[in-house]
Design a protein around this ligand. Structure first.
Ligand code: FES
Length: 223
């Protein structure tokens, strides 16, 4: 029988667990098995279990990933332990659960959505395709947790500017110039290093770094 080895960060320590491997097992299902059969006190977040809600993101062997999408089989076959930690750059509530209220509040404070114009506005298919990737963001916070600049003073982070890209391009937004320049200043976009780390970890291929570069070009912001 094959076993999944988990090493879970719990506060200042790590705790090891082992559960039998089942076909199609994900990191989330392995954690659920631990919770159901070994340790009911183990805390982690999840909701849809289908890679849609973005709730289950944790650090898996050093990378932010959706626990419900990450298959354990490759780790099991190579006899590799899964080291599970709470998302970096976030305050830990307990075990693998982090406090993301601050980031959600900032999204609200910065009003990163379209204040629709009156009447019907046709969006050309080509433009719709361009803004599609920004709209695919599921607020999983993987980019925020892997960005080396997020802890720089006042830098909002890749998530905010990927959302701003959509706002800037969407023809329904009446005050895009004013609002976008304001957001760039408030969110201190100049801290972005263009290192592409956010591109590499986004599970929805939003590619925030590419959107940030396009946004800067469109708005003629000096890099
Ligand atoms: Fe919803 Fe993983 S539980 S994305």
């Amino acid at each position: 029988m094959l076993f999944v080895k988990l090493r879970v960060k719990r506060g200042a320590d790590y705790q090891s667990y082992e559960v039998p491997y089942e076909e199609g097992m994900t990191v989330l299902s392995a954690l659920q098995r631990v919770k159901e059969e070994i340790d009911p006190s183990l805390t982690f977040r999840h909701f849809c279990r289908a890679g849609i809600c973005g709730t289950c993101t944790i650090m898996i062997n050093g990378f932010p990933k959706l626990a419900c999408k990450e298959q354990v089989l490759p780790y099991v076959l190579f006899g590799q332990e899964l080291v599970l930690e709470p998302l970096a750059n976030f305050k830990v509530i307990r075990d693998l659960a982090v406090d993301n209220d601050g980031v959600l509040k900032k999204v609200k404070d910065m009003h990163l959505w379209i204040k629709e114009k009156r009447g019907q506005i046709r969006i050309e298919p080509e433009l719709s395709k361009r803004i599609e990737s920004s709209a695919d963001c599921i607020l999983c916070f993987a980019c925020q947790s892997y960005c080396p600049q997020v802890l720089e003073e006042g830098y909002a982070g890749p998530l905010f500017f990927a959302k701003l890209y959509r706002l800037y391009l969407d023809p329904r937004e009446e005050e895009k110039e004013k609002r976008s320049r304001q957001t760039i200043l408030e969110g201190r976009l100049y801290h972005c290093l263009s290192c592409n780390k956010c591109n590499n970890v986004c599970p929805k291929e939003v590619e925030p770094a590419n959107l940030i570069r396009s946004l800067m070009k469109l708005m003629d912001v000096p890099v």
